[in-house]
Design a protein around this ligand. Structure first.
Ligand code: ATP
Ligand code: MG
Length: 269
């Protein structure tokens, strides 16, 4: 079965989507088969990765959740991206309505598990990466229930994101009582600028703080780069937009680091 990783943080704009799309591309370039699930009704990963954007009405996560139980699974919603090793399950804003109607049903937390339980089509993937919205609602709960790991992106100088982290860690702990395999893989520092002393100091402060709590901080730090926005405007990952770019190198390094962590954990089991 694939390794399933949720990228979550209820704070908005911390780099969840940017991490998921670029890491998916980087893992794909390393030869891994990747399924990216856009669990955010905003559909930001969808708008970058989905090759034929018109397909999002026909194939989507929300459509799988709404399908009759006998027809429903995840892998039948997978669509192509421009990387042959990467597929995406798109999402649309309609998912917000689903979240409301599902609020008091088992699917509010168990929907993704239900869709994956007898889904033989998932076995061909090495990784499933899930992009989540900036809240702690149904999509995030569902994603964590399905996952082996959670990764929390945090901008290097965003005190508010740090302040909000306790809430996300509490959610992880709650979900872990029902999904025993879920582990916090680590905190990923994003939007780092080594030219600004405040960033350098903050990075050290954050690393010391989390290490003291036994929380892993990824060795790879994602540097600040306006080219990331440029790539998004062209609806491309940074690796597609400019493979030689330093951000492409950051995500390639992160892909290697994550693959290594997963291999180590597999060997330990
Ligand atoms: N390393 C970076 N350098 C510069 N800009 C970045 C970087 N990473 C992300 N951004 C920009 O920051 C903004 C927020 O990033 P992103 O959409 O990935 O965050 P998010 O956590 O997914 O947001 P949301 O919570 O709304 O889903 C985007 O405009 C993105 O282009
Ligand atoms: Mg996002």
């Amino acid at each position: 079965m694939p390794e399933i990783i949720t990228f979550g943080n209820q704070k908005g704009g911390v780099g969840k989507t940017t991490t998921v799309i670029n890491l998916s591309d980087a893992l794909g370039r390393d030869g891994y088969r990747v399924l990216t699930i856009d669990a955010d009704p905003q559909g930001n990963s969808t708008s970058i990765l989905l090759k034929e954007i018109g397909l999002r009405e026909e194939f989507s996560l929300v459509k799988a959740l709404e399908a009759l139980p006998e027809d429903a699974n995840l892998s039948s919603m997978a669509c192509a991206t421009s990387n042959d090793n990467v597929d995406i399950i798109p999402n649309t804003i309609r998912c917000m309505l689903w979240e409301r109607t599902a609020a008091n049903t088992p699917d509010a937390i168990l929907g993704f598990l239900r869709l994956s339980r007898h889904d033989a089509g998932l076995a061909k993937y090495d990784f499933i990466l899930i992009d989540t919205p900036p809240n702690i609602g149904a999509m995030v709960n569902n994603a964590l229930m399905l996952s082996d790991y959670a990764v929390v992106p945090i901008p290097t100088s965003d005190q508010f994101a740090l302040d909000g982290l306790a809430t996300f860690l509490r959610l992880l702990q709650n979900i872990r009582s029902q999904n025993g395999k879920l582990r916090l893989m680590g905190v990923l520092l994003t939007k780092y600028d080594a030219r600004a002393t405040v960033y350098v100091k903050n990075r050290e402060r954050i690393i010391n703080f989390f290490s003291g709590k036994g929380i892993h901080i990824f060795k790879t730090t994602i540097r600040y780069n306006v080219d990331i926005d440029r790539a998004h405007m062209k609806r491309k990952t940074i690796l597609e937009f400019d493979p030689a770019n330093y951000s492409s190198k950051d995500y390639a390094a992160l892909a290697k680091e994550i693959a290594q962590i997963v291999e180590k954990e597999k060997a330990r089991k």
